[in-house]
Write a protein that binds this ligand. Sequence first.
Ligand SMILES: *[C@@H]1O[C@H](CO)[C@@H](O)[C@H](O)[C@H]1NC(C)=O
Ligand SMILES: *[C@@H]1O[C@H](CO)[C@@H](O)[C@H](O)[C@H]1NC(C)=O
Length: 258
Amino acid sequence: MSRQILLLLLFSAAVQAFIRPIYYGGGDGHDCEESTPSPTSEVTPSATSEVTPRTSYSCPNGWNLTTRTPSPFNDNSGFLCTKFISSENAISVNAGSSLCTEQGAALTAFENEEERQKILEEARKYIITDLKMATGSIAIAGDRLKQCVTLNGTVLAENMKNPPCNDRKQEYTLPASAHTNAEFLWNNWALNEPSHNMWTYDSEDCLQMVIMPSNLDRNGKINDIYCRLDHAPNSPSDMSFMNFGAYCGKPVDIEATI
Ligand SMILES: *[C@@H]1O[C@H](CO)[C@@H](O)[C@H](O)[C@H]1NC(C)=O
Ligand SMILES: *[C@@H]1O[C@H](CO)[C@@H](O)[C@H](O)[C@H]1NC(C)=O
């Protein structure tokens, strides 16, 4: 009897010693975050040093390892792989979403000021400098709450009397696929947005980031926009709210090294 217990104890100690480093490596990213900020961070413990469990985060080629606050939105990794996918032609938000899914990602949105500045600068460079447009936009994640979506003006007027549909911090949600804490986003509406415009067959139920260096009330801010239209319905030449790309994101690749 006592021998059996001893054997059991020894066995369980051996198993623990064996699986412990792996458990640590997979379960605790906080210890190692500061030492793994680079997209190519591979940690190979040298033969002489003690075996220290490390976690490394990386993104596929062409994707930026973007720093975020560790949260359930990013599996507590503190990172998301992001990419601005450009489009020479004006596209709808839905088409922008497809650009992301074609690359195994989904529309995302900026989560903090540093990230906002980075994506704004990259989009500005592409749309204003390269495409030589005066203004443009990029598709980002965001869905108007189902109960706030309508093509009926009477219903809209009714909706606009009460939260959540008339509240800029409540009327939109981010899908789980955006992997983004939306708190910061809802503080970044362009002046007088969301405007809840509707057209006979489409209403503004998606989101874009506006690129408009001439108007700082709108530049780098978010705007509610049609999901399916890629040009102004009453003026095909009106390029003022067109998307010339999309902001895409996908979870980081996590590698535990012991
Ligand atoms: C991605 O990284 C490149 C290269 O460092 C940089 O030029 C670009 O601005 C970054 N884009 C975003 C959205 O962070
Ligand atoms: C709009 O909604 C109102 C109120 O529900 C309804 O009476 C009206 O018939 C609707 N209009 C259209 C065109 O569907």
